[in-house]
Design a protein around this ligand. Sequence first.
Ligand SMILES: Nc1ncnc2c1ncn2[C@@H]1O[C@H](COP(=O)(O)OP(=O)(O)OP(=O)(O)O)[C@@H](O)[C@H]1O
Ligand SMILES: [Mg+2]
Length: 265
Amino acid sequence: MAQLEVKNLSLSFGGIQALAGVSFTLSKGELLSIIGPNGAGKTTVFNCVNGIYKPDQGSICFRGHELIGKKPDKVAKLGIARTFQNIELFAQMTTLDNLLLGRHLRVKTGLFSGLIFTARVMREEIEHRRRVEEILDLLDLQFARDQLVAGLPYGIQKMVELGRALALEPDLLLLDEPFAGMNAEEKLDLVFRISDIRAEFGVSILLIEHDMHTVMSISDRVLALCEGREITCGPPDQVQRHPEVLRAYLGAEPNQERAADVPTT
Ligand SMILES: Nc1ncnc2c1ncn2[C@@H]1O[C@H](COP(=O)(O)OP(=O)(O)OP(=O)(O)O)[C@@H](O)[C@H]1O
Ligand SMILES: [Mg+2]
């Protein structure tokens, strides 16, 4: 059974039909990339999944729970974490504190018992710290642990944002253009880290990405959108050769010669 099942998702903003009947599924542990030209509706899919937007139509079922109508904090509690196209961190806080904040949604202790420093609260606090240190190690962020996020280079801030999402210990991770603004070396590094994250946490991933090389190297399946509709969905090598993907996404006429130009890995 699919972990996430999105059916017939539609949403318009005034005259703009951002999504027009998008459907897809995601299995546990799978990585599905969403590609498409600017304005295709990729980020809108994420905003519907995590409760920022309420679609006009459709359903989003995550491990048996309907997500439509749930607020972002409820969606997060169900185990869905996200990074944003434009980094959203507390810039005037340290890396460590940003990650610890990412964990606050997991806190099991109620407000009242949280006020009294019980043994249980202390155990939870120790566990939070331990998990956060593990994530700092996994992402090689120990050097930035006590630095304010505002002073860190852009690529490192993106890594901190990924760390904060992981701190929630999600079952599903939504990554909106995590490779944007990175050079080739940084991209390769992040590809390896994402595969470490999958191995370590068994997390399912929805990834929005423009760079075809990266998409091809990292995805189990690819969903191509254009103007709010699905063009095709399937294995990366099939999707990259789909004539409409070539036309809509790469701006190329669909012919054999052009298809051969598209990077494979
Ligand atoms: N809050 C909003 N109000 C009005 N229009 C919106 C809103 N959010 C998205 N849209 C419109 O919906 C369409 C899809 O936008 P979306 O951000 O999902 O595209 P995208 O595929 O993520 O593009 P990009 O690659 O540029 O990030 C666009 O036409 C966009 O202008
Ligand atoms: Mg977007």
